[in-house]
Write a protein that binds this ligand. Structure first.
Ligand code: NAD
Length: 488
């Protein structure tokens, strides 16, 4: 009987810009020495592609390759500074809906930080496609900018389930959800509610919530309390960078961008153009990212072997790149560091707690567009944002007169979220040239028709140009909009 041929993995490799090719070569040499069966499909993205005039920074061939291999190891990509050009990284993330950004934060042997010895070992799981980073922004007037914070039931469920699945795969005991649900009741509030709901399916794991600003404080004061953290996109972006500083900085931070279709593994750092081509770059973060990739592929033994060799190299500290050397130690180059890691394949660190890893099971969340259905959906008002600097004490009565024959009433005018008409509370606002006019049906329980909204727009628009319209809905009798400061 012939022996079963070991399965090979085809992986898209994007060397990237600046130090990218150097750290990628180092990583590929280690994986080759570790005898991981990989066929690399090398593809382009980043600066060179922008120079070819491709605005997304990613070639169609690169997209096609990732679609086929479902897995990419990527070097840093330069984002051109200027108007209109997109980040190639964001293009890739959005293209493959890699919704889960995973950033392990674990103290490294031999890397001295103010936190050394405290046993920091947690994972930040960040939602990667929604929130303010959906990139939906408008100038309401030349001086008033607005961004839409988009949080969905589907996106929240996917990332919260992924956080618990990662906790399960790594035998971790606790998942902390950090939100700003106390202020952003609909967006961050939805995320928190979904987290609480999902947590019931993982009874063996403790689920806790922290307000995100307190979480930032806790991360600096007592980071060892965390096990797995899950957050919306922007909170996760900021706190995961803070977290990497605790273990030595961005140069040591690996990351995975996981999706249902494809996953992309990369170091957190950028292309470091100042040291590019000088054999000075530290390949630790990309090598660690490749370890995450191996575990994702189910290559648990190879992942442990490469990780151990890296940890031994750092622990011994004989061959270190310039950013790690110091304290009288002679710095070595990227190539020498990779050679040392290869030499250490088969060894294990002396004093480093071992963790048993299982392959993460990617959660199955419905792909239906409609995730939540209301029995009754009733439009009962409309918010009309107008570009105007007219005093609300003048604008209010004038608008009331304009709509006197329509089945609506102007309930208030607000400016920067504070109610300024009627100003019964005496709010001392510092107004800007964009105001929100809130109209509600005149009789409780009535429905506001599109025809009436069109009438309001025409009439109000004659006095002050409207820039944004938002319908006010009640879903099963519950308001789908927030109140302003000072609104009853
Ligand atoms: P950077 O991470 O490239 O550099 C910040 C500092 O860290 C520099 O001093 C650099 O020399 C050092 N550094 C980074 N990685 C290192 C490594 N592996 N070894 C040794 N030192 C290292 O950040 P930046 O200067 O803000 O960005 C440079 C370029 O990289 C920009 O075009 C930016 O858009 C891009 N970038 C890309 C990614 C990505 O592809 N994921 C991430 C961040 C920045």
């Amino acid at each position: 009987m012939s022996a079963k041929k070991p399965s090979r993995h085809e992986i898209t490799v994007i060397p990237g810009d600046g130090i990218g090719p150097e750290v990628m070569n180092a990583v590929r040499s280690v994986l080759q020495a570790a005898e991981v069966a990989i066929d690399w499909d090398e593809q382009l993205a980043g600066a060179e592609v922008f120079k070819k005039g491709v605005g997304s920074g990613v070639l169609p061939e690169t997209i096609a390759s990732i679609r086929r291999t479902k897995c990419a190891l990527k070097g840093p990509l330069e984002t051109p500074v200027g108007f209109g050009e997109k980040s190639a990284n964001v293009t890739l993330r959005k293209f493959f809906e890699t919704y889960g950004n995973i950033r392990p934060v674990r103290e490294l042997p031999g890397i001295r930080t103010p936190y050394s010895g405290r046993g920091i070992d947690f994972i930040v799981v960040r939602e990667n496609v929604e929130d303010l980073y959906a990139g939906i922004e408008y100038l309401q007037t030349p001086g008033v900018a607005q961004a839409l914070k988009l949080v969905t039931r589907k996106g929240s469920e996917k990332i919260c389930r992924l956080a618990f699945e990662i906790a399960r795969a790594e035998g971790r005991k606790k998942v902390t959800c950090a939100t700003k649900a106390n202020i952003l009741k609909f967006t961050e509030g939805l995320f928190k509610r979904v987290f609480e709901e999902v947590s019931k399916d993982y009874p063996e794991i403790v689920a806790e919530h922290q307000i995100v600003d307190n979480c930032a404080h806790q991360m600096v004061m007592r980071p060892e309390q965390f096990d797995v953290l899950v957050m919306t996109n922007m909170n996760g972006d900021i706190l995961s960078d803070l977290a990497s500083a605790l273990i030595g900085g961005l140069g040591f931070a690996p990351s995975a961008n996981l999706g249902d279709g494809a996953s992309i593994f990369e170091a957190v750092h950028g292309s470091a153009p100042q040291i590019a081509g000088k054999d000075m770059a530290n390949p630790t973060a990309l090598l660690h990212s490749s370890v995450l990739m191996l575990r994702h592929l189910g290559e648990m033994k190879a992942a442990d072997s490469v990780e151990n060799a890296l940890l031994v190299t750092l622990e011994e500290g004989k061959i270190l790149t310039p950013d790690m050397a110091g304290g009288g130690r002679e710095p070595s180059g990227t190539k020498a560091f990779a050679k040392e890691v290869i030499k250490n394949l088969g060894s294990a660190p002396k004093a480093y707690p071992k963790r048993e890893y299982k392959k993460v099971i990617m959660p199955k969340v419905s792909h239906d567009a409609v995730m939540v259905v209301a029995k009754e959906t009733r439009p009962m008002g409309v918010d009309i944002f107008v570009a105007t600097a007219i005093d609300p004490a003048v604008l209010g009565p004038s608008v009331e007169q304009m709509i006197a024959d329509l089945p609506v009433r102007l309930t208030q005018i607000s400016n920067r979220g504070a109610k300024v008409y009627p100003n019964d509370l005496g709010v001392e606002a510092d107004p800007v040239d964009c105001a929100r006019l809130r109209f509600k049906v005149a009789h409780h329980g009535d429905t506001l028709s599109d025809k009436d909204i069109a009438q309001i727009l025409l009439r109000v628009g004659a006095q002050a140009p409207w820039v944004h319209v938002e319908k006010l809905y009640k879903y099963d009798g519950v308001a789908g909009f927030t109140k302003d400061q000072g609104e009853d």
